[in-house]
Design a protein around this ligand. Structure first.
Ligand SMILES: Nc1nc2c(ncn2[C@@H]2O[C@H](COP(=O)(O)OP(=O)(O)O)[C@@H](O)[C@H]2O)c(=O)[nH]1
Ligand SMILES: [Mg+2]
Length: 199
């Protein structure tokens, strides 16, 4: 059975029609630029160089596909909300993402990254409401930047405004908070959850 560690970069698709065949299972990662999406992908797959971690946000302009096997994929969607990106390009990002979320049948779950200190912004809400039927995990990233009490307070605050279908989890790619739980959820969505031990 493939694991997250098996993920290799497959291709970058500028349009939905450039993606691999819409079969098998896929989990997509979305988030504002600089939210920690690349760091999360690297931590989840245990590969430091899988998705490039950039200090200059807004560079990814395509759907980057990583394959665990031909039928099990992770898709890194373009970051959004970066102020210095021209309006026209920003529009392309959002339509590409919306197009992907609406049309992709093999998409089984969505992981949305949001800096825990910044919470959910307008674009995050738009994405979360784009496909209400889609299982969604909201990773509140960079949780290592704040203490536990503050984390819990922020999770409670955000839970009030997030859609009911979204599951909120404090996450830190650096410290490992929420890492194992996220790995388990992603594998489950991909149909790769280890079966219960027989005893
Ligand atoms: N403290 C802390 N910083 C992080 C964490 N994850 C990412 N960062 C930092 O946030 C910045 C953006 O990260 P990156 O993964 O490139 O974000 P992306 O634009 O969403 O792909 C980088 O400087 C990272 O080192 C984390 O868990 N904790
Ligand atoms: Mg990135």
């Amino acid at each position: 059975m493939p694991t997250l560690r098996d993920a290799v970069f497959l291709l970058g698709a500028p349009r939905v029609r450039d993606l691999p065949p819409d079969t098998g299972a896929e989990v997509a990662f979305v988030g504002r630029s600089n939210a920690g999406k690349s760091s999360a992908l690297n931590a989840l797959t245990g590969q430091t160089g899988l998705a490039r971690v950039s200090k200059t946000p807004g560079r990814t302009q395509q759907l980057n596909v990583f394959a665990l096997s031909p039928g099990h994929r992770l898709v890194d969607l373009p970051g959004y909300g970066y102020a210095k990106i021209p309006q026209a390009l920003r529009h392309t990002f959002l339509t590409l993402t919306a197009d992907y979320l609406e049309r992709r049948r093999s998409l089984k779950g969505l992981v949305l990254l949001a800096d825990i200190r910044q919470g959910l912004k307008a674009e995050d809400h738009a994405l979360l409401h784009n496909r209400n039927d889609l299982p969604t995990l909201v990773l509140l990233s960079k949780a290592d930047k704040i203490n536990r009490g503050e984390r819990q307070r922020l999770v409670r605050e955000l839970a009030k405004i997030a859609p009911e279908t979204a599951y909120l989890l404090p996450f830190s790619a650096h410290a490992g908070d929420g890492l194992e739980e996220t790995q388990a959820i992603v594998l489950e969505w991909l149909g790769l959850a280890p079966s219960a031990p027989i005893d």
